[in-house]
Write a protein that binds this ligand. Structure first.
Ligand code: FES
Length: 115
């Protein structure tokens, strides 16, 4: 089970929701279910409008940071992450600072999402 805390000037206050273990919906799907107003357009990892800052809150180090090819391409194109950060994520399990909400599948880490 993961706690996902959303924080944004668009929200009256921070909102924490729970993602059930094994839930394989995207962060965007979970946000929409809870009426969290993250911007989006294509929902297919192509436009970059759903880029959000994600920080890991728990002490637990995440394993196997999985960025989709689209996510890597678009985040790099819009200047949110570098090639080095992609490499660090893939080789060293170091979470990149930005994700595409429509591509990011929440695992069991507690995260803070800024948008
Ligand atoms: S909504 Fe277009 S990249 Fe996520």
């Amino acid at each position: 089970m993961a706690n996902i805390t959303f924080t944004s000037p668009k929200l009256k206050k921070d909102l924490t929701v729970y993602a059930v273990a094994g839930d394989c919906r995207t962060l965007l799907a979970i946000a929409r279910e809870h009426k969290v107003p993250i911007d989006f357009e294509c929902e297919n990892g192509e436009c970059g409008s759903c880029a959000v800052q994600v920080s890991i809150l728990a002490n637990k180090q995440p394993h196997g940071i999985a960025l989709t090819e689209k996510e890597k391409t678009v985040l790099k194109l819009i200047g949110k992450i570098t090639g080095k950060q992609i490499e660090d994520a893939e080789v060293g399990d170091i979470p990149p600072p930005w994700r595409l909400a429509c591509q990011f599948i929440v695992r069991d880490e507690d995260i803070l999402v800024r948008f």
